[in-house]
Design a binder for this molecule. Sequence first.
Ligand code: MG
Length: 388
Amino acid sequence: MTSLDRLDIPSLDQRESALLAPYALHSRDSAGRLYPEQGHPYRGPFQRDRDRILHSAAFRRLSGKTQVFTGNRGDYCRTRLTHTMEVASIARTIGRALRLNEDLIEALALLHDLGHPPFGHAGEDALQECLADDGGFSHNRFALTLVCELEHPNPRFPGLNLSREVLESQQGRSQKTQNPQGPQNPQNPSGAWLEAQVVDVADSITYDAHDVDDAVALELLPLEDLQQLPLMAQCQQHVTDHYGPLHGKRLRRALVHQMIDAQVGDVVRTSLTALQPRGFQNAQAARRAGVTVAVSPGLQQQKQELEAFLYQRVYRHPQVVAERLQAQRQLRVLFQHLVDRPASLPALFQTRADQVGRRQAVADYVAGMTDRYCLQQYRRLVGEAFGV
Ligand code: MG
């Protein structure tokens, strides 16, 4: 076999220097990992982080977790996994246009929703209630628990031993949601690396677009009602100008594509206009200067109007609320059942109960479940005990 160092593979630093902007976070500037490791011959540190997250058990479980609409509504709507892949795709598109570090962006995108419990935000609210006297529950914080403690693919260290920049960025998300009123730089509220900001903005573009798509496809909302919103009206105009009159499914899909394209184009224009004249020589300089990756203020206003509309008409829709209440009740009952009967916990979580307390260990166990497994456990454990 030919030794790798005799092959003509450009070094990571050569490749990044050729492709990335000076203000991107270059791999050579990474602060490394908590447990030091040898560099890989042809994969960079953030690429390895991406791979570790992708190959984790927690990542695979995203396929069985609700995004907004439960699997009872058929196979069309997004799961937490397909949402995550859409975020990664849109974030990489923005990152490439801004010449940022795509490996870091992809790692952060694949990680960003890893900590969501079963049943989407309904599940999160139920766990928050269960842990109200124990520090509460946050999916952003739980993602860190998963990748730092609960995943254990390597015998030499706990967790995935991700790069400090990846952990720090996820921690930033966690602090932002815990204390949204806390001290912030108004220009860069998260104080985040540009790559982390790209993932945040891609997350917002993604869920606005797919929630519209899913809600209309599931007939929770007529498309005509959305067209009164300025953002949708502009997309409609663009679609009509390019394709002529469209109707039904074709119109819905064309509108959703246009929503994404318009927002991505706006972020790239707005962010490059902010970045290019400043001549930042490294990522730290751009971060300290508080540069933001964001949509323009006008589009931000339109997105807020759309989100307020979706909140009222879709997330508060009676059918969605009814599913939400049922899921929350089942999750709360399962939680209490396991707190009262810790012998029902898997061995790993019985040991964990000694370290972090029983209620926290039960929450960690339940939060890791898919919707399907959570329901199965509810029926098996609670059903057996009470004949539910
Ligand atoms: Mg998300």
